[in-house]
Ligand binder design. Structure first.
Ligand SMILES: [Zn+2]
Ligand SMILES: [Zn+2]
Length: 302
């Protein structure tokens, strides 16, 4: 099993394999998806993204370079069809939970009117657009913006419930996403069977009792931004997890702990200071020698 673990290598091999597919339509779809993934994402490059800041390998120097040049990290462009399929599945799962909450009138956040293109906040599902009176059918949910302009941080939570004073995060858990995100967690559940080494997904799901650590770090930062910069009280975050192999679900709550995000907030403040004086910060992982993230920018300079 271990030898068959999917690796997020360069997309070229995947692209060439797609071209060789026995069924031309299947190959064409894969090429289409990989082509689309290679296009610029449209994601803001002038802000620090909480999802990157909470990674253990987040490099302050690389972040400084990226804000200065406003380019997408090259790592983003390396993908596989399976990986894109996982992302797409994640988007569908978000829409599903958000739709249920919208139907219930329990979802607060930004709403986007497709008729007049305005965006407005509402604590519950709007009956019509306050600007052009377009009907509910023309309004789509636009999630919860979480921006700290002085720190150049820009993010978005999946939802907010005013009744619960809580942010909402929606996650999918599956073999594919665990292979990419938490291979060591998956490995703990791999057992030897007559058919080789396979993960015991039943036991894995039973033992899954809290959100993954990266997800906790991310929502702690979200709650900090909500409470300090968006005047949006967030006492906790409610997680909804969809388990892909069986479609079972779990819900967890993470309580706000202000101190949790302080080191990240301080790091963002010092990166902004360094931008203002045009002085590169030190790589926080490997000092003057640099780490893989910031060395990538060094190569660009040549
Ligand atoms: Zn409108
Ligand atoms: Zn570095």
């Amino acid at each position: 099993m271990a030898s068959r673990v999917v690796k997020g290598g360069p997309g070229l091999t995947e692209y060439l394999n797609a071209a060789k597919s026995a069924e031309p339509l299947f190959g064409d779809i894969q090429k289409h998806v990989l082509d689309r993934a290679a296009q610029p994402s449209g994601r803001r490059q002038d802000v620090l993204h909480p999802s990157e800041m909470v990674k253990t390998d987040w490099c302050h120097l690389a972040a400084w370079h990226r804000l200065r040049l406003q380019v997408e990290p090259a790592e983003k462009r390396r993908t596989t069809f399976t990986r894109e399929n996982i992302f797409e599945e994640g988007h569908h799962t978000h829409s599903k939970w958000q739709r249920w909450l919208t139907d219930m009138g329990r979802l607060a956040g930004d709403w986007h009117c497709l008729s007049c293109n305005k965006v407005f906040w509402d604590d519950q599902t709007p009956a019509c657009c306050p600007y052009c009176s377009a009907s509910r059918r023309c309004i789509e949910y636009a999630e919860v913006p979480l921006n700290a302009d002085p720190l150049r941080i820009g993010g978005k939570a999946d939802g907010y419930s005013s009744v619960d004073t809580a942010l909402i995060e929606i996650k999918t858990l599956g073999l594919g996403s665990l292979r990419f995100e938490r291979p060591e967690f998956l490995e703990r559940y791999v057992v030897d069977t007559d058919h080789g080494r396979v993960p015991d997904m039943t036991r894995l799901w039973r033992d899954f009792r809290r959100p993954l650590p990266t997800a906790v770090r991310q929502v702690q930062l979200y709650m900090y931004l909500a409470n300090h910069f968006e005047e949006l009280p967030a006492e906790k975050t409610i997680f909804f997890y969809d388990f892909k192999p069986t479609q079972e679900t779990k819900c967890f709550t993470v309580t706000y702990d202000e101190a949790f995000s302080e080191p990240l907030i301080e790091a963002a403040a010092s990166i902004v200071d360094c931008l203002q004086t045009d002085t590169p910060p030190f790589c926080n992982h490997n000092g003057r020698s640099g780490c893989p993230s910031c060395l990538e920018f060094k190569e660009d300079d040549r």
